[in-house]
Design a protein around this ligand. Sequence first.
Ligand code: SF4
Length: 131
Amino acid sequence: MLPVAKIARKLAAVAGAIEKMNANIAPGNFYPSAGIDAQPEVQVAIERFRRLSNEDRAALPLLYWLLNASTPEFKMSPADAEYQDGPHGSQACGNCDFAFKHVKSGTMICSQISVPIAAHSWCRLWSMYNE
Ligand code: SF4
């Protein structure tokens, strides 16, 4: 059996190591397993996300980052998608499966076309929102 003083020293050493480890881990969303099997371009975009400031990472879900500023080259242009500033009957971005809304800012983006969208707008890629 270890003497109490020796146990206390070992516990203090472990606590110190944990404290040191925590100091080296930046807070925020790192999504450590994200992108492991993704295409190389997406892996690069995820690495760019991880290099954002702690504040920027904390304000942005990774999915929003990937669908917005980091992947426009994979999206269709508004002209090709026949994007229009108004609905098409009952179809609009606000009830489309491809629309995403940033909760804090209220900004809407689309996973299919390369610009911010408006809830009342529409394009030919519209697809019924499924929960
Ligand atoms: S696919 Fe078209 S209709 Fe759907 S959210 Fe994007 S821009 Fe709007």
